[in-house]
Design a protein around this ligand. Structure first.
Ligand SMILES: Cc1cc2nc3c(=O)[nH]c(=O)nc-3n(C[C@H](O)[C@H](O)[C@H](O)COP(=O)(O)OP(=O)(O)OC[C@H]3O[C@@H](n4cnc5c(N)ncnc54)[C@H](O)[C@@H]3O)c2cc1C
Length: 468
């Protein structure tokens, strides 16, 4: 067992720290934001987390993320649950709409425990700060990496972190969990390391949303998919903790007219014009409008030409790979990565080269397909929005048609409901699900009898009138 330093005290840095401390390591987390963790959840939304630009925006946790939390971070799960976290099972809900269909014990795998971002991170931070073997330093910005003696010819070895205060923190292993704005590539370059291989593109979306709270702690009934495409925009309705939920509209960032979604009156008018979503407005807004553009999809690979860029450091969560948030998966993918990190560190802690190579292997084989599947769904949606914006007709490709048939049938067919739950919950990759014998044919037959219907809402002309 050894000393591990974690750069970044966001969701994934804290989760990784708790997992590694449970395996006997002595872990120090360094977080630039100075604000202490609020004492109770009610104050979490005002927590000054400037290091996380999306802190106030819509978040939820899907099934795989919830189950990783329950397994590896039971105290954080219990704290979120007892503080008003929202338990839901979309598949059981969909099966309940289907007369005569039985819910099975294995449908528990679709359970989620979720909350606002502030609530989930609050539960994680409160737990981490009381967790044996962890020290969390807040208000300490990292400015670079400490270089130690190389363990393999020509490959720089990271021996810890340099802080703005001038302090140095040494560790046998450094975990980079500094999020989507991670400066690790520049820090690596500064110690003479080969830069990581990076693929990055602007996802093309702009998000506009706010939170609401019911007076009695209830949640509005789900009458449309949580993520509903409506021509040139989409509506995202996500449940939060303690009777709260977010309503987000998103559109192409280049769609200038729809930038008016950030006006709260326009936001309200557009949602009122969507008959299956309007009832989500029947509550008090509890936040101002928040918006975000320029959300980048990025994947970094820290093994280049068969060798690690550096030893002694591993990047996890958004610092390694981030996608735009339309599918609400970032934390779940980060938790999957942290779980893989725990296993790799357990197997290879004493061999920095083997550790770097094994972590790269699991990242590329187990995480990257999720990154690629997520970005490909988003790219299709961007293409669709662009075609509709240009006034062109849009015919989804065969893959999108099957996916559309799956969503369309989820509320009327148990096979479709469960397959949909697996995709949404990050339990199985879409490519694995659609390769199941007979599934595509089954969906095609269902679509013939009951063609998927578009979610009702304003057409482009009505939309432009609504945005004024
Ligand atoms: C608009 C939006 C909505 C989203 N919605 C969802 C959703 O519904 N569900 C979901 O699962 N995911 C969602 N995501 C993705 C999710 O927010 C991220 O995947 C998640 O925050 C990643 O956690 P992380 O710990 O890797 O990084 P972060 O949460 O970004 O944490 C990084 C931490 O590192 C700290 N840090 C950075 N640099 C330094 C430094 N130099 N010194 C010290 N500390 C530093 C930061 O202050 C921060 O605390 C959304 C993202 C966006 C942009």
């Amino acid at each position: 067992m050894g000393k591990i330093v974690v750069a970044g005290g966001g969701m994934i840095g804290l989760a990784a720290a708790m997992m590694l401390a449970d395996d006997g390591h002595e872990v120090t987390v360094v977080e630039q934001d100075a604000a202490p963790t609020p004492t109770d959840l009610d104050r979490a939304p005002e927590w000054a987390r400037r290091g996380v630009a999306q802190f106030g925006l819509a978040h939820w946790l899907v099934a795989r993320g919830s189950s990783i939390m329950a397994r590896h971070l039971p105290e954080a799960t219990a704290l979120l649950a007892e503080s008003g976290g929202y338990r839901f099972n979309l598949v059981k809900y969909l099966l309940g709409l289907q007369p005569g269909v039985e819910v099975l014990p294995e449908d528990d795998r679709f359970d989620i425990l979720t909350g606002r971002r502030s609530a989930m991170e609050w539960a994680m931070a409160r737990t981490a700060e009381e967790h044996p073997g962890i020290r969390v330093l807040r208000g300490e910005a990292i400015v670079g990496l400490l270089e130690g003696p190389a363990v393999a010819g020509g490959i720089p070895h990271v021996a810890g972190l340099r802080l703005r205060s001038g302090a140095e923190l040494t560790g046998d292993l450094t975990i980079d969990a500094t999020g989507r704005r991670s400066a690790t590539p520049q820090w690596l370059e500064a110690i003479g390391a080969t830069p990581p291989h990076e693929r990055s593109e602007d996802s093309g979306f702009a998000y506009y949303g706010r939170y609401f709270k019911s007076s009695d702690g209830s949640m509005p009934p789900l009458m449309a998919p949580v993520l509903s495409p409506l021509g040139t925009f989409s509506v995202l309705t996500l449940p939060g903790d303690n009777g709260t939920w977010s309503i987000t509209l998103y559109a192409l960032s280049e769609d200038k007219e729809l930038r008016r979604f950030r006006d709260p009156d326009v936001h309200r008018r557009v949602i009122e014009a969507c008959p299956l979503h309007a009832h989500w407005l029947e509550a008090e807004p509890i936040t101002e409008m928040a918006s975000m553009v320029g959300v980048v999809d990025r994947h970094r690979r820290f093994v280049v030409d068969g060798a690690p860029c550096a030893t002694g450091i591993l990047s996890v969560g958004d610092a390694s790979s981030c996608t735009n948030p339309s599918l609400g998966r970032g934390i779940t993918l980060g938790l999957m990565h942290a779980e893989a990190l725990r296993a790799m560190v357990a197997d290879h802690f004493d061999d920095p080269i083997a550790l770097a190579m094994a972590f790269d292997h699991t990242t590329e084989h187990d995480l990257r397909p999720w990154h690629d599947a997520t970005t490909s769904i988003d790219r299709r949606r961007v293409e669709e929005m662009r075609a509709l914006l240009a006034g062109d007709s849009w015919l989804p490709d065969p893959g999108a048609q099957v996916a559309g048939a799956l969503v369309g049938a989820a509320s009327s067919d148990p096979v479709a409901a469960r397959a949909f739950g697996e995709v949404l919950g990050c339990l199985e990759l879409p490519s694995t699900i659609f390769a199941r014998p007979g599934l595509q044919q089954h969906l095609a037959e269902l679509a013939k009898v009951n063609p998927p219907r578009p979610v009702p809402g304003p057409d482009r002309e009505e939309l432009l009138a609504l945005v004024g």
